[in-house]
Ligand binder design. Structure first.
Ligand SMILES: CC(C)(COP(=O)(O)OP(=O)(O)OC[C@H]1O[C@@H](n2cnc3c(N)ncnc32)[C@H](O)[C@@H]1OP(=O)(O)O)[C@@H](O)C(=O)NCCC(=O)NCCS
Length: 178
């Protein structure tokens, strides 16, 4: 019998500029939301998110992005006035037990308000519950906003194969953030 998906609570928080943000888990199969969100990003944001030009999402990629199970893949959605303003996710790394790769994207017009930070904070409790010890980030070295964001979170950064890799040890603080 399949295990039930763990319940991840929704929460409300205020971004740095005072915007009220609802943070909730992405539901399995919310294809339209994810497809619409990525279609609405600038070319630059899509390239920064996927580390290569990504004019449109392939069916395989879209299927992966909505294949959340609460155990090895969790995504959180940030909503402002009911609109999807950003998505962050962690995906367990098959070759490194206890580690997950993290990606975060905020819609262009909502960037710079503190929503990226809220989204990363909102990943902590589900990661702790899944027993994760490390978050891994991969970023283009020219992507200054994410490097600022990671540095302000105390994430250690290093260069690997032309990309910046960030590694963040998770602690009980991350479990409690939300
Ligand atoms: C990276 C990204 C998610 C950041 O989201 P955001 O909501 O704009 O970031 P925030 O407003 O939460 O900023 C977080 C921190 O980074 C700093 N920061 C963000 N952009 C910055 C910039 N252009 N210059 C200087 N600092 C910046 C903020 O000052 C803030 O620091 P503080 O909390 O200590 O004040 C967003 O720019 C984005 O979606 N980019 C496209 C996709 C992408 O690059 N994803 C990352 C690859 S995994």
């Amino acid at each position: 019998m399949p295990h039930a998906t763990p319940v991840i609570p929704a929460m409300t928080a205020r971004a740095r500029d005072g915007t009220e943000v609802r943070l909730r888990p992405l539901g399995r199969g919310e294809r339209d939301l994810v497809a619409g969100f990525f279609a609405g990003l600038s070319d630059d944001s899509r390239r920064r998110r996927f580390l290569q030009p990504m004019p449109r999402l392939s069916e395989t990629m879209l299927r992966h992005l909505v294949d959340v199970d609460g155990r090895r893949h969790v995504a959180m959605v940030a909503e402002v006035d009911g609109e999807c303003a950003g998505i962050a996710r962690w995906v367990a790394m098959p070759d490194e037990p206890g580690a997950a790769e993290v990606a975060v994207t905020v819609t262009d017009r909502f960037q710079g308000r503190g929503i990226g930070r809220l989204l990363l904070d909102a990943l902590g409790p589900s990661a702790a519950r899944a027993g994760l010890a490390t978050f891994v980030y991969l970023a283009d070295p020219t992507n200054l906003p994410v490097l600022y964001l990671l540095r302000s979170l105390g994430v250690q950064l290093s260069f690997h194969d032309g990309l910046v890799q960030g590694r963040q040890r998770l602690s009980p603080r991350h479990a409690a953030v939300a």
